[in-house]
Design a protein around this ligand. Structure first.
Ligand SMILES: [Zn+2]
Length: 399
């Protein structure tokens, strides 16, 4: 079994080791070292990354007390190889992990809310607690947890005997029965854990709860610590500065201004809609003047270029409110050919969907509708004139 250097000293970034066993699997090499500072995936903590010699370590895992480092090729030598941990990543994991201990303990001490789940990934860290708390309560937990960070408490690792274990005020029970490892944060928290943690709580830097949501019968808390919190602050600071500059407003005025602008926008949209409807009514009156009489039936036909489908549809509906009127409209929207047919209710001999179905092949289109109104769309804009003429001829025959 390899010596676990990450338990002897969590700050080891470089070490030398020998490859003592190699397993070839799926075009990769799973190697065991005589000693390793690479933390294998486990206890909610992702594995370390880094290099063995100049070969990148893509994954590290533990199986039956053996730690395997996955490489896509073997280094040129198997002995006294320089190994390097991706320290930025490891320290990030250590900050999030100890931050989680502190946050979970704070939830328990203030509100008796137990942590029932922990997830750490490269971008997010979450804990699940078994109680629903208010936003105010959560802010108190965050404040309390950060005081523990600022108090710079000492972290110690204990390997107690069964008797010693019984006397410890554990926050949760261990999930293993042998070699139980307790992470002790001064007298504030005792928690069984196999992960890596900094030596002092101050190294967590900052614990920030970003958001929370209901999860099962409790809450899922999304939090970040240390450098993650710094980066998150930096991004959010850039956004608020940019908003402040765009809106020419101080930070505390931004939300009010956005609310006012949003209200104004809704008002303008409503006015714009009313004005458009007015214009369309005028346009309908003008188009009515172009109607051709076939017997008593008035037929209005037109091809619109680059017009909004809903506007043209509204136009056809307004015109269909007139008696004995048939509307044959087409829209030429670049690669899109559209047909909108409509008629007055009194012309029940004219079935618009049948007429549309005869025209659709001309525009390579599909569509449907009812006896009084039908619409369709296709890809061939070259035949719109022909489609309109065909519809006109069909209606003329019925009139
Ligand atoms: Zn831990």
């Amino acid at each position: 079994m390899a010596i676990k250097l990450f338990y002897k000293n969590t700050y080891i970034k470089e070490f030398n080791a020998n490859i003592v066993h190699i397993v070839e699997k799926d075009d990769s090499f799973h190697v065991e070292l005589n000693q390793t500072a690479f933390y294998p995936e486990g206890g909610g903590q992702p594995c370390d990354e880094g290099y063995i010699g100049d070969i990148k370590v893509s994954h590290v895992y533990e199986d039956k007390n053996k730690i395997y480092h996955v490489l896509d090729k073997l280094p040129s030598t198997l002995e006294n190889i320089k190994c390097t941990i991706n320290w930025e990543k490891r320290f990030d994991h250590m900050q999030q992990h100890l931050g989680q201990h502190i946050l979970s303990a704070a939830f328990e001490k203030l509100y008796d809310a137990n942590t029932i789940g922990f997830h750490l990934s490269p971008n997010t860290a979450t804990i699940d607690v078994d109680k629903v708390l208010s936003g105010e309560d959560i802010k108190k937990v965050e404040y309390f947890a950060n005081q523990i960070v600022f108090n710079d408490l000492l972290v110690k690792v204990l390997y107690p005997t069964k008797e010693e274990l019984e006397s410890l005020p554990l926050r949760k029970m261990p999930t293993v029965t042998d070699d139980i490892r307790i992470v002790k944060l001064d007298d504030f928290d005792y928690s069984p854990c196999c992960g890596t943690h900094p030596n002092r709580s101050g190294e967590v830097g900052l614990i920030k709860i970003r958001k929370y949501e209901k999860y099962k019968s409790g809450l899922r808390i999304d939090f970040i610590c240390g450098n993650r919190a710094l980066m998150d602050y930096s991004i959010k600071n850039d956004i608020t500065n940019s908003l402040s500059s765009r809106l020419s407003a101080k930070l505390d005025e931004i939300l009010n201004i956005i609310d006012k602008d949003s209200e104004e926008l809704q008002k303008i949209k409503k006015e714009n809609k009313n004005l458009k409807e007015q214009i369309i009514k005028f346009e309908a009156a003008e188009l009515m003047k172009t109607a051709k009489f076939e017997g008593n039936t008035k037929i209005i036909k037109n091809i619109f270029k680059h017009r909004n489908f809903n506007e043209v549809k509204l136009l056809s509906s307004i015109l269909a409110n007139n008696d004995t009127t048939v509307i044959i409209f087409a829209i030429d929207n670049k690669d899109k050919a559209q047909l909108i047919f409509n008629r007055s209710k009194d012309l029940d001999k004219i079935i618009m969907k049948d007429i549309l179905n005869k025209c659709l092949p001309l525009i390579d289109g599909k569509g449907g509708g009812s006896p009084s109104t039908a619409q369709g769309g296709g890809t061939n804009t070259d035949n719109l004139e022909a489609a309109i003429s065909l519809a006109y001829e069909q209606i003329k025959k019925i009139c």
